[in-house]
Design a protein around this ligand. Structure first.
Ligand code: F6R
Length: 244
């Protein structure tokens, strides 16, 4: 695991976007898995800017969904696909056939997880996986206590995820389950990037990087990842000791 710290959220976002853009330049059919939520929005903005400014050809890359709220339609406000569509896919004119996401309204959740696992395997795995971290340490919707040997699965969302998640909706929304890729996908990714910004995440980052390595705190898996890069702004890194 490598840890990189940047002086601002904007600088952090620009660097993460450049990593993804460099990969697409070298490998135009790269498989990218990008978290939604608030943290990566700056990455999407910079990635779109870089792609448009440099004429980066994104017509062959593939995008795999990290997670989705169970029961959500693709257009539903606060949905993971909806966020990616608005901030990345539409500005870049990404074609539907390049997008491999969970269908939140799938009739058979277990079959949906199998379908996504087969998609990821059929694509040859994920080259670049960008994840955020929840206030409970979750990665995607791998909630505290979830074993690290899973692929796609349906998660029961814990109380923190249900309440913090309300920030994505303009009115109170019931969220009780989520589809998510599993830690086996993170371990197998070419590059696994954890991104965090702001002082609110400082205790989470400290526990993830300096606390026990345990499934009880999912982000601590990064301590074990040779493919792992943790990218932080100074505020998110402010709880780390000098020896980290
Ligand atoms: C969203 C996701 C979540 C978020 C995490 C942090 O697709 O996978 O694990 O990355 O909850 O969310 P933000 O970035 O909004 O603080």
């Amino acid at each position: 695991m490598q840890i990189k710290t940047y002086e601002s959220y904007d600088h952090l976002s620009n660097e993460a976007a450049r990593m993804a853009a460099d990969l697409v330049l070298q490998r135009p059919d790269a498989v990218l898995c990008l978290a939604s939520g608030h943290t990566p929005l700056g990455v999407f903005r910079h990635f779109v800017r870089i792609a448009l400014e440099t004429g980066l050809d994104c017509s062959r890359c593939r995008f795999v969904g990290l997670d989705e709220w169970v029961g959500f339609s693709p257009e539903q406000e606060g949905g993971c696909l909806k966020i990616l569509t608005e901030y990345l896919f539409n500005p870049l004119k990404i074609n539907q056939h390049q997008i491999y996401f969970f269908q939140g309204q799938a009739a058979d959740p277990q079959a949906e997880c199998r379908r996504v696992n087969e998609n990821v395997a059929g694509l040859g795995g994920i080259d670049f996986m960008l994840v955020g971290v929840g206030m409970n340490g979750h990665i995607g919707f791998n909630e505290p206590g979830t074993p690290w040997n899973l692929h796609a699965h349906v998660a029961e969302l814990d109380e923190t995820t249900r309440s913090v998640g309300q920030k994505y909706f303009s009115q109170e929304t019931v969220i009780s389950q989520g589809y998510t890729l599993g830690m086996e996908h993170l371990k197998a990714a070419g590059q696994a990037v954890l991104m965090a910004s702001g002082s609110g995440k400082a205790p989470v980052i400290r526990q993830a990087l300096e606390g026990d390595v345990t499934a009880a705190f999912p982000a601590s898996i990064f301590q074990t990842l040779s493919n792992g890069v943790v990218m932080l702004d100074v505020d998110a890194a402010s709880g780390l000791t000098k020896t980290t």
